[in-house]
Design a protein around this ligand. Structure first.
Ligand code: ACM
Ligand code: ZN
Length: 773
């Protein structure tokens, strides 16, 4: 039995009891996303009971469907069964369309003692009004609900509100896809971007090319973890038939969600090449990829058959998907094969695609290919959208750009007058970790994008001029599924981050407020529960901040819970329980401590927060940076190095700070002459992300803070390709010295070596804790 079925049985049972039950509850209009205007009105509330009807006097299939949705939602949440009818009525929730509303997706809700009136600018607007009403209702079996008199006016900020799902790395059933669409509808999202093809699997039936699914949808096994070299030995595969696709598109349409198909090309095509090797530059053989990453084998653009293949596939795709936007991918296409391929080189010659200052010949070949795909799409009256790499080599004339490598691709496209959807990996990559406690979260690709980070995403760059800003159609989040094998895990990755996303997409920025959002979110989570959605519980974790207090020579620890329930803590590593001390305002830590804390909720306890604070002579001492910390990775700044905390191997958690071009050059004021004989720093090396190790580390001391003398120094060789990534400790030992001031200098790699993709560029140096003994 699913959670949803259990809930329905509970509701049925509650329904049976309702003959005696008089349980009443009051509606709360503070929902996610928060409507633009909520005006409490004078007058009596409306009492919603099972006698209330849902009326749709405008008639029509869409409004009948809207009424049926509302009836179903109310039943699922409260157990009350309301009838629907295609006429006006008293004691009713009336659904109407007001075509005068300039915003088709806008709506108003009016509640007085006679009833509820939801008026939408279109049937879609009515649907969003219905979503707001259902989210305002309680989630518990009741016999009636009091709806305070109110007038609500609302409309979305952005016309494009998207959410992507990759079904190629891992696949989900049609029923699961429908559940995903329900989740989107609950968050007022109106575009489902369906990523249907990849190196690791082709997932859409194409009648003209049957081997795409016969061969391309199956991989013989899957790598374990992050390309560990170890494989699970389990064949994996599947695809959606054209009938299933139509069924999904129709299911989404009823919920006012457009489905944008993505066929990712000319890279990420290994599954198609395994099926039709003649479409690749080398002719193969190829196999559907069993690991993650970016394959050098891509479509051969010099081959006419490839172009015909693209045209045929896109045409079948457009037969299935009425979407105006058709996504052709375009990301991460290495040019290695094209450089060596006679056909590709002949195509370059044929079209005079010469290298210029901005682009290589092969980049211009990519642009030639994307423009070809665009013409196929435009010929059917559709619009092409692609990832921001389609800017390389010159943008196709009518292309819309999906900016994922940060915002800069989107900014560039908008400046050129092209439309843009913002989906930067800095904020809305839902395959990234959502907590810093990565050891206790399921394995993820990396990154760090907690709920607050998603919430703080602003899709419209201030540096664009107003007329350029109009090109930002909206925002989207993406779930890539290399590390997401099953659907409940997908739900865990996107919920509740999708709630934060939907406030970014729907609300005017000046109305956003993270703390208030968290309060509203608790009601939305009750709906997640009735629907049986799995969701991440990190919001229930204790939030802690650790601030070095130089005056008191303490680390000041502040703890915060989502609700007002007491926080129990210990500082000796033992588990906090209900008779442990209760946190009041601040914990002042002045020696090594192992902090644990938790709180309790109605239906459980938070995870236990655990943190070790380790004191050295440097901890809490005043510290000054003589060269600036890298802006992007400065977090709380230089005091991070004397806060007694250690970073884990995720460099984005705020425990590490970075230096690039500049050195770490910091002076610690010991506050009194102190004896030291050892200094160490930790570094975190992730070569693939341009993060290298230290090249030189030295320690100087001074009595007056003016004249320094070097007490120890060491140089390190440049990293080679085979040096391991990870956390490194660098220690300098020397004859004990007495000093008031200690200067620590650590020099980053100024030019990455020739074997590295970023050769010649400066690397980042990520540093944590300075330890002085
Ligand atoms: C992408 O994340 N490769 C679009
Ligand atoms: Zn080729």
């Amino acid at each position: 039995m699913t959670q949803k079925q259990v809930w329905m049985i509970l509701c049925l049972w509650a329904g049976l009891m309702a003959t005696q039950a008089t349980a009443q509850s009051t509606a709360d209009y503070q929902v996610v996303p928060l409507p633009q205007e909520i005006n409490e009105e004078q007058g009596q509330p409306f009492l919603l009971t099972t006698k209330t009807v849902i009326a749709y006097p405008d008639g029509g299939a869409q409004m009948a469907q809207n009424a049926a949705f509302l009836s179903e939602y109310i039943h699922e949440q409260t157990g009350m069964e309301l009838k629907t009818k295609a006429k006006d009525g008293k004691n009713a929730i009336v659904l109407r369309i007001n075509a005068d509303n300039e915003k088709p997706e806008g709506y108003t809700i009016k509640v007085d003692n006679q009833g509820v009136l939801i008026t939408g600018g279109s049937a879609a607007g009515v649907f969003y009004g219905i979503q707001t009403l259902r989210k305002s209702l309680p989630v518990q079996p009741v016999a009636s609900v009091k709806l305070p008199a109110v007038s609500i006016q609302d409309a979305p900020r952005f016309g494009y509100r998207g959410m992507m799902l990759d079904v190629a790395r891992h696949m989900f059933s049609v029923d699961e896809i429908k559940t995903y669409i329900d989740m989107l509808a609950l968050h007022n999202i109106n575009n489902f971007h369906w990523h249907l093809s990849e190196d690791q699997g082709w997932r859409i039936e194409i009648k003209k090319y049957p081997r795409l699914t016969e061969i391309g949808s199956q991989r013989k096994e899957t790598v374990i973890g992050r390309n560990s070299g170890v494989y699970d030995g389990q064949p994996y595969g599947g695809f959606y038939t054209q009938e299933e696709i139509k069924d999904v598109v129709e299911y989404a349409r009823k919920r006012y969600i457009n489905v944008i198909p993505e066929i990712d090309m000319p890279g990420h095509m290994l599954a198609a090449l395994a099926a039709y090797p003649e479409l690749g530059c080398t002719g193969g053989p190829y196999e559907v990829w069993t690991q993650w990453g970016i394959s050098d084998d891509v479509l051969c653009v010099g081959n006419d058959n490839t172009l015909n293949f693209v045209k045929d596939v896109l045409n079948e795709v457009m037969d299935l998907f009425p979407s105006e936007f058709i996504h052709i991918g375009g990301d991460e296409c290495p040019k290695a094969r094209w450089k060596e391929c006679d056909k590709c080189q002949a195509r370059i010659k044929e079209h005079g695609l010469e290298a210029d200052e901005a682009h290589s010949a092969e980049e211009r070949l990519q642009s030639y290919f994307i423009s070809y795909a665009e013409k196929v799409v435009n010929d059917r009256g559709r619009r092409m959208i692609g990832w921001d790499e389609i800017l390389e080599g010159g943008l196709a004339p009518n292309a819309t750009v999906m900016s994922w490598r940060g915002m800069s691709g989107g900014i560039q496209a908008a400046q050129m007058g092209h439309d843009v959807v913002m989906t930067p990996n800095s904020h809305v990559y839902f395959d990234h970790y959502q907590s810093t406690d990565v050891a206790r979260d399921p394995l993820a690709i990396g990154g760090y994008s907690p709920l607050s980070n998603v919430y703080n995403f602003e899709p419209v760059p201030a540096k664009l001029k107003p007329e350029q800003q109009k090109h930002i159609l909206g925002a989207q989040a993406n779930l890539w599924t290399e590390y997401v094998p099953v659907f409940s895990h997908a739900q865990f990755m996107v919920l509740p981050r999708m709630a934060a996303l939907c406030e970014v997409q729907w609300m005017q920025p000046e109305n956003k407020d993270y703390d208030a959002f968290l309060g509203r979110l608790l009601n939305l989570i009750e709906i997640y529960k009735t629907q049986g959605y799995n969701y991440a519980k990190h919001i229930y974790d204790i939030e802690a901040s650790y601030t070095p207090n130089a005056k008191d020579e303490t680390i000041d620890v502040h703890l915060k819970a989502l609700t007002n329930s007491p926080i129990y803590y210990t500082v000796d590593g033992t588990a906090p329980v209900k008779h442990s001390p209760v946190y009041k305002d601040v914990l002042k830590i002045n020696k090594d401590a192992s902090i644990s804390a938790r709180t309790y909720f109605d239906d459980g306890a938070s995870r236990v927060l655990r943190e070790n604070i380790v004191f050295s002579q440097a901890t809490t001492k005043p510290i000054e940076a003589l060269q600036p910390v890298d802006k992007q990775y400065s977090f709380k700044g230089i005091s991070t190095l004397v806060d007694g905390l250690q970073g884990n191997d995720n460099y984005r958690t705020g425990r590490w700070i970075a230096f690039r071009r500049n050195d770490l050059e910091a002076v610690i004021d010991m506050k009194r002459p102190s004896s030291i004989k050892e200094a160490s720093i930790n570094t975190n090396v992730v070569k693939g992300d341009w993060i290298f190790d230290v090249r030189e580390f030295s320690v100087q001391v001074s009595d007056d803070g003016i004249a320094y003398r070097t007490v120890a120094t060491r140089s390190y060789p440049s990293l080679s390709q085979n040096d391991a990534d990870g956390i490194k400790t660098h220690t300098l030992k020397f004859e004990p010295v007495q000093a008031r001031y200690v200067k620590v200098i650590a020099v980053p790699e100024k030019e990455m070596p020739a074997w590295h993709g970023g050769k010649g560029h400066p690397a980042y140096l990520f540093v944590d804790e300075i330890v002085l003994k």
